[in-house]
Design a binder for this molecule. Structure first.
Ligand SMILES: *Cc1c(COP(=O)(O)O)cnc(C)c1O
Length: 401
């Protein structure tokens, strides 16, 4: 037997014994077809409430659209959050009509993307001097007063993060020692300088590491402001708040992060706005991927459950989305969520590759063909981060409840 990650809080059995998602039976939700992603809006609302209670009141909460761009989810989030952070013009199309402030980061923005962002009045987080020059030219040609922030590649990283995005040479942002010169150039050109953006890593469960990162980010913003001779109107502190996916993971102590940030901001002059941009922490634990068992077979002394899903929808659960070691995501029999685990099984998808593993030697209740298998932590980097075209399998359905 191999361990699995913890099932996120808030999931209980429905009266029919199946997994309840948003108060509805998984068996009912899956009646019109599997595979299916279900996102529970009440669980996301609880996360947002927790953020607001823990964080200083003037820290804006932005959503990083790349975590999950499902349109009904974006519409729902728009009424609860303070902004969207994008990384492509495609994402801009999805949020342009939703009425929230938008900022657009990401390397390799094409001219047409910069143009679309300028037309939409979006804040463009500039990733290089060359991109800045291009964006200024395009703004001038269009006769639009541009809103620019500078993304800074910090000389530090989020310690122990699942994905480091700072402290090294990277395609993201302008190296910190060159940021003041770029900000000056923007100010001299008459652009509306919206401030600084620092993003140094993802998926941290370590409150101390995030507290250190936020303090270093604020100190970096102070140094840049001093060199420029002007304070940034906004500082986007990035995010990096993680969720538990695997057996040894413990949840992030958000309240400790909020308390420390409150103390840091207390001593700073008013007039600068702060933002945190989160993806997985907001929506990851609220999503469940439901697949149906198509075959049950014995081979080499092991029991295999073959499902109608797979890594083409949920790459991360197969261990192939940036993980060094494959470990089991939380997984359950969603048809018999109220039954105790009694057998060791290996759950696979339906793709012709041994990589297509959803649960390796996990303990489940006695499972039959036709039962539903639930993979948890599927609300972020699920369908959107998976190779849906691989093997020309059907697309998965999605649903917000
Ligand atoms: C990916 C990304 C995020 C969201 O990361 P999560 O780990 O989902 O919170 C936020 N900001 C930037 C710049 C990113 O690239």
């Amino acid at each position: 037997m191999k361990p699995m990650g913890p099932i996120p809080p808030g999931f209980i059995a429905a009266p029919d014994g199946s997994l309840a998602i948003g108060g509805r039976s998984a068996v009912e939700l899956a009646r019109e077809g599997t595979p299916l992603f279900v996102y529970d809006s009440a669980l996301i609302a609880a996360k947002i409430d927790r953020f607001r209670a823990a964080m200083p009141p003037h820290v804006a909460l932005h959503y990083a659209v790349k975590a999950n761009p499902y349109a009904p989810l974006l519409t729902w989030l728009a009424s609860k959050l303070d902004g969207f952070d994008l990384a492509s013009a495609g994402e801009l199309e999805k949020v342009a009509s939703l009425g929230l402030p938008v900022s657009f980061a990401g390397p390799g923005k094409r001219d047409a993307e910069l143009e679309a962002a300028l037309h939409a009045g979006v804040t463009i987080n500039l990733e290089s001097e060359r991109e800045a020059a291009r964006a200024l030219d395009i703004a001038e040609r269009l006769g639009i007063a541009p809103k620019f922030a500078v993304r800074v590649n910090p000389p530090f990283a989020l310690k122990g993060a699942g994905m480091r995005m700072g402290g090294l040479g990277t395609p993201f942002g302008v190296d910190a020692d060159r940021a003041p010169t770029l900000v000056r150039l923007l100010l001299d050109s008459g652009a509306d300088w919206r401030g600084l953006h620092v993003y140094a890593g993802s998926q941290s469960l370590n409150a101390t590491a995030i507290i250190d990162l936020q303090r270093e980010t604020l100190m970096l913003a102070d140094r840049i402001a001093a060199e420029v001779g002007a304070g940034p109107p906004t500082v986007n502190l990035g995010g990096g708040f993680g969720i538990p996916h695997f057996a040894a993971d413990r949840p992030l102590d958000l309240e400790r992060v909020g308390e420390a940030l409150g103390k840091e901001l207390e001593s700073r002059p008013k007039g600068t706005e702060y933002a945190v941009e989160l993806g997985r922490w907001l929506v990851g634990e609220a999503g469940v991927y439901l697949t149906r068992v198509i075959d049950r077979k014995a081979s080499g002394g092991r029991t295999f459950l073959v499902t109608d899903g797979g890594l083409h929808h949920m790459l991360a659960a197969s261990g192939n989305f940036g993980q060094l070691l494959r470990r089991n995501y939380p997984i359950a029999n969603a048809t018999r969520f109220d039954e105790a685990p009694v057998e060791e099984v290996t759950v696979t998808g339906c793709l012709c590759t041994p990589l297509d593993l959803l649960g390796d030697e996990v303990m489940l209740p006695a499972t039959e063909v036709g039962d539903l298998i639930a993979i948890f932590c599927a609300g972020a980097y699920g369908l959107t981060a998976s190779p849906q075209g691989f093997l020309s399998q059907p697309v998965a359905r999605e649903m917000l409840v």
